[in-house]
Design a protein around this ligand. Structure first.
Ligand code: 5RP
Length: 226
């Protein structure tokens, strides 16, 4: 059974004709985009416009016949559907291991509803338990930022591809990934500390943003709300 697809199909029921929709990024969202495109093609969903969070999502949305609009021209969005790398019991998230966290956070911040779709492997008791926290930074002084982040108690490393070059976001910025050995004990404090550091653009903690989480496991699709 394809759990990511099950969660994505469940999310489609929250989308209605006439809405402005934010499209997240990643493999789970790609099932959602496919399902949305099918509804547009069949005429069951009309007068929708979507705001994309990555170049990859834009390409898939265009190929699927979903009309795209810039966030600058869309007004506030009715709903955004996105994936996550980790989800805790307060519906706080780690996101961004698909390198789209900045645009994802901007789009989510302009959405009335922020719906997360995932398979059950993304549920954790504490953020940072299973994945590193990705942080988008400016290139200037990146080695110094890496050292500063290490002092927060994590193992921080510039995110590189196999050939050693820095991976870049669609905005052209590199990332540092931070592994917290014992997880992230106080996400709210960490959020404030990292955000207040000059040269850091955005991090992958999405706190208090998700309004609904749809999680598929082998027997059912469960919906969690705040
Ligand atoms: C991209 C993201 C993705 O939503 C997250 O990485 C989950 O991806 P997937 O659905 O492929 O597991 O935050 O920046």
């Amino acid at each position: 059974m394809n759990l990511k697809k099950q969660a994505a199909l469940q999310a489609v029921k929250y989308v209605h004709s006439g809405q402005r929709i934010g499209l997240g990024s990643g493999s789970t969202v790609s099932y959602f985009i496919k399902a949305l495109g099918d509804l547009v093609k069949s005429g069951d969903l009309v007068d929708i416009q979507a705001v994309s969070t990555s170049d990859e999502t834009s390409i898939q949305a265009q190929d699927s016949g979903i009309p795209l609009v810039d966030l600058d021209h869309s007004g506030n969005l009715d709903i955004t559907v996105d994936g996550a790398d980790e989800i805790d019991h307060n519906l706080n998230l780690v996101k961004g291991l698909g390198k789209a966290l900045l645009r994802e956070k901007i789009v989510a911040a302009h959405s009335n509803e922020f719906v997360i779709i995932a398979d059950e492997s993304k549920l954790v008791s504490q953020l940072g338990d299973s994945v590193p926290l990705p942080i988008e930074v400016v290139k200037f002084g990146i080695d110094a930022q890496e050292k500063w982040l290490q002092n927060l108690g994590c193992v921080a490393e510039i995110w590189r591809s196999e050939d050693g070059s820095m991976l870049l976001s669609d905005n052209g910025n590199p990332f540092i990934r931070c592994w917290f050995k014992d997880g992230i004990k106080d996400p709210s404090t960490l959020d404030k500390i990292i955000k207040s550091r000059v040269g850091i653009i955005e991090h992958g903690l999405f706190l208090g943003m998700a309004t609904r989480v749809i999680v598929a496991n082998m027997t059912e699709v469960v919906e969690l709300t705040i």
